[in-house]
Design a binder for this molecule. Structure first.
Ligand SMILES: NC(=O)c1ccc[n+]([C@@H]2O[C@H](COP(=O)([O-])OP(=O)(O)OC[C@H]3O[C@@H](n4cnc5c(N)ncnc54)[C@H](OP(=O)(O)O)[C@@H]3O)[C@@H](O)[C@H]2O)c1
Length: 252
């Protein structure tokens, strides 16, 4: 049975990916800071006949990253893929005004966590010819006013994924953008963006919500689950959109 570690699995996209992977006969290792929703998700997956392990902790801490991999191996004896999904959108503020400490947290969670977790996991991923899936964003490629830390860390995450793809012969690394998804992160953008973003940038997200155009997490969630289990070696280093027609070919 494949074993996949998913960060940010307590809600939103990460929880959707975990449920879909569990339905695809995969043992899922669930990480986020909030213990209660993680244990509830673990119980739900187990009640449906799946296998799950909840490991609460802050992925922005080196020790936590090493512990997550060690516990996964201790419990399941293997690791086939990591999905770097945990991220924070804060600080939503212009660079001139943003809290320096909030920038530091964003770099730790959105960038250094994936780096540290990958370093700890690589010996196991190489053994399985495994995969590293980085959940990125369209914001990796565009400058969005008020999103300095988020844009910078997602751009860096894409570059991390590309370099990993060049370096590792037995591991496949891809980054994926999930579209605009109906999660807590979008609530935060609508609320905090009213002051931290330009009116034009903020109103785009308000309108998408008002017009019912946000994606349910299950749609990009399925694409991410398919990538974690089946992304072919030839895709190493790619930055894909969740609805890339290539991903649909992995469905069969
Ligand atoms: N929603 C969108 O429209 C959208 C668009 C493009 C990209 N994305 C990307 O999709 C991914 C999932 O986002 P989402 O929309 O599902 O966001 P979300 O609802 O805010 O969920 C974020 C998840 O990350 C966890 N998390 C935050 N800080 C953490 C930390 N220090 N250590 C471990 N876990 C942490 C949260 O749980 P705890 O708070 O319990 O730790 C939560 O489970 C992110 O990488 C995001 O950048 C989202």
């Amino acid at each position: 049975m494949n074993v996949v570690l998913i960060t940010g699995a307590s809600r939103g996209l990460g929880a959707a990916v975990a449920r879909i992977l569990a339905e695809m006969d995969t043992a899922v290792v669930l990480n986020a800071r909030s213990a209660k929703p993680l244990y509830e998700l673990m119980a739900e997956i187990e009640a449906n006949g799946g296998m799950a392990l909840a490991l609460p902790g802050d992925v922005g801490q080196l020790d936590t990253c090493r512990w997550l991999v060690a516990e996964t191996i201790e419990t399941f004896g293997r690791l086939d893929a990591i999905i770097h999904n945990a991220a924070v959108i804060d600080p939503i503020a212009p660079i001139a005004e943003a809290d320096p400490q909030a920038w530091q947290t964003a770099v730790s969670v959105n960038l250094l966590g994936p780096v540290w977790l990958t370093q700890a996991a690589l010996p196991h991923l190489r053994r399985q010819q495994g995969r590293v899936i980085s959940v990125s964003s369209g914001a990796a490629d565009y400058g969005i006013p008020g999103w300095g830390a988020y844009c910078a860390t997602k751009g860096a995450l894409n570059q991390f994924s590309r370099v990993l793809a060049e370096e590792e012969e037995r591991v496949t690394a891809v980054a994926v953008r999930p579209g605009v998804v109906d999660t807590v992160m979008q609530n935060e953008i609508r609320e905090k963006g009213a002051t931290g973003m330009t009116v034009q940038a903020h109103s785009r997200f308000m309108e998408m919500h008002e017009q019912g155009n946000l994606l349910p997490p299950e749609k990009p969630g399925r694409a991410i689950a398919l990538l974690a289990l089946r992304a072919p070696r030839e895709w190493n280093g790619r930055f894909l959109s969740w609805d890339d027609p290539d991903i649909a070919t992995l469905n069969s």
